[in-house]
Design a protein around this ligand. Structure first.
Ligand SMILES: Nc1ncnc2c1ncn2[C@@H]1O[C@H](COP(=O)(O)OP(=O)(O)OP(=O)(O)O)[C@@H](O)[C@H]1O
Ligand SMILES: [Mg+2]
Length: 328
């Protein structure tokens, strides 16, 4: 039987007229990363703050490892830790000073706090920066320190609220490695993100939320297949053959074919209810039709839809992109 780290039922939180969280039901299996994916203002932080006992729900409830979020809030609090969207470490202290201070607040003796802090800094690649004031850290270093601070007392459940927003690709990769390591040590992670590729890489299940409601839930693969089997991408040797190729492909596949910005490239969308095998058959049919029409193909691939396409299909609007306001 699956053990659940979190089970919510009809969780609601309103701020004035805003229904920030509007009746969310989640079942988060223990021992893995669960992704909560949604654009700015979807209600991610509000949901996380309720589940971490920082904010009281207006209605509905939740169990965290079987404990009632409201009636057994202390028990819940002892099992969870939160790395917020907004950093919690002290700017004027050094990395090691922050961890020692927090370790002491958690009730560890100084020597133990120092040792655990030093080990975490080493694991997170921050040993060299240990003696520097946090205000001189880069965004990526800071985020890693934040996560280190939140796992000083190995929590059963860790909330990571947008842990990589605003980080460069290298720092994102470092944070992803940390998340994987935390889960390998037995902690369940609930990760919120606006990045589809991040949820796809890390999470074993994903809830897509928008306007405070869950609009889709499943494994990354299930979410992708709910909007179709993907697309066939073709690159031609000769741009002059593209109009012909467009016609040949749309005849062969009975599917819409789109001309890409690249003058030798085309994309054919595979329809919604195809099986995986159906997709392969469509791909081979497309190749044969192109060859029979005398069209030279340089590159041909069958791709799964991206989670971006999933989001678009579910909400009629694209997911938020990198250049949006980070701290909105
Ligand atoms: N303390 C508050 N007072 C009033 N409105 C709030 C408060 N906190 C959140 N909201 C509103 O609730 C909605 C959900 O906000 P929330 O911060 O949970 O979204 P989010 O998914 O975390 O967004 P982001 O990706 O920008 O962090 C938004 O419309 C927001 O303006
Ligand atoms: Mg947020």
């Amino acid at each position: 039987m699956t053990e659940f780290a979190i089970e919510t039922n009809g969780l609601v939180k309103t701020f004035g007229d805003t229904r920030a969280v509007d009746g969310i039901d989640l079942a988060v299996p223990a021992g893995a990363v669960y992704g909560v994916l949604g654009p700015n203002g979807a209600g991610k932080t509000t949901a996380v703050r309720m589940l971490a006992t920082l904010l009281r729900p207006d209605s509905g409830g939740a169990r965290v490892f079987g404990r009632d979020l409201i009636r057994e809030a202390d028990a819940v609090r002892s099992m969870v830790s939160l790395t917020g969207q907004y950093a919690s470490v002290d700017e004027d202290l050094t990395g090691i000073e922050n961890l020692v201070l927090l370790g002491r607040l958690l009730g560890h003796r100084k020597a133990a706090a120092r040792e655990r802090g030093a080990r975490l800094l080493e694991a997170f690649g921050l040993t060299e920066a240990a003696g520097k004031q946090v205000k001189n850290y880069s965004g990526g270093m800071r985020r890693r320190l934040d996560i280190a601070a939140s796992i000083l007392n190995t929590p059963k459940l860790l909330f990571l609220d947008e842990p990589t927003t605003g980080l460069d690709p290298r720092s994102r990769n470092q944070v992803w490695d940390i998340v994987r390591a935390v889960v390998a040590h037995g902690t369940t992670v609930l990760l919120t993100t606006q990045y589809l590729d991040e949820a796809d890489r890390l999470a074993s299940r994903i809830a897509v939320i928008d306007h405070g409601k869950v609009i889709a839930e499943g494994t990354p693969g299930e979410l992708k297949s709910s909007v179709g089997r993907g697309a066939i991408h073709v690159r031609l040797r000769d741009a002059d053959q593209r109009n012909k190729a467009e016609w040949v492909l749309s005849e062969a596949l009975s599917a819409p074919v789109q001309l890409d910005a690249d003058p030798v490239a085309l994309t054919a969308r595979i329809s919604g209810h195809e099986t995986e095998r159906g997709a392969a058959e469509q791909a081979s049919r497309a190749l044969v039709a192109l060859a029979e029409a005398g069209i030279t193909v340089d590159d041909f691939s069958l791709g799964q839809p991206s989670l971006d396409e999933v989001f678009l299909a579910l909400t009629d609007k694209p997911a938020t992109t990198d250049d949006e306001e980070i701290s909105a």
